[in-house]
Design a protein around this ligand. Sequence first.
Ligand code: C5P
Length: 229
Amino acid sequence: EIVKDFFKDSNLFCQKNILITAGPTYEAIDPVRFIGNRSSGKMGIRLAEEAAKLGAHVDLILGPSNESILSHSLLNVIRVESAQQMLDEVTKLQSKIDCFIFAAAVADYKVESPSQEKIKKTEINLELHLTKNPDIALTIGKSKRSDQISIGFALETENLFENAKSKLDKKNMDFIVMNTPKVKNSAFGFDTNQISIYHKDGRILEFELKTKKEVAKDILHEIYQLQCR
Ligand code: C5P
């Protein structure tokens, strides 16, 4: 009931600046090839749309995604490809942001020196040297002001709570949204998701399997309650 009333007010996030990272990142191997992952960007896009509907000014920093996005006057979409580009865009906006939502599935590694020319298939084996990508949530978590909120996602296949808790602490998040691809129709690529929210004060909230639009509303409701404290 409370959640229902909450969504009647389209000015709830008025004057709030929300930044959302979403989608995969592509890391170049050469001009035509890349390392990527199967993230669709759906969860982050639904969050951006719902936050704008509630009156927030939203910057959506979006990796390569084919998902269509509702156009809204409060929703600004910035397209990027690599993790480094995503970090650069986040850093540019950092000081004006009230709430960061890190929903992107950032590639963990990038090719150390991508080839300027298309690599020929002359060799039988090809070795790529990979180096770690910057961790965007960690970078912001370390440098954010105490009035800035940060939310992340954890997609785990084992030791769900322990792993989520250590990410929450390490990346200085206010809460982390846990989902597991083991739940049918949940997480990567699907329109539905089953989440739990792990707060930094130790509270754990469990939600049912819902559409990503409804999940987005649950997450925004939690953010609103944090900001009212
Ligand atoms: O460590 P792990 O990748 O599981 O952490 C997931 C959380 O951290 C997500 O919120 C994700 O968006 C964020 N992240 C990031 N930059 C990275 C890796 C993860 O912002 N390079």
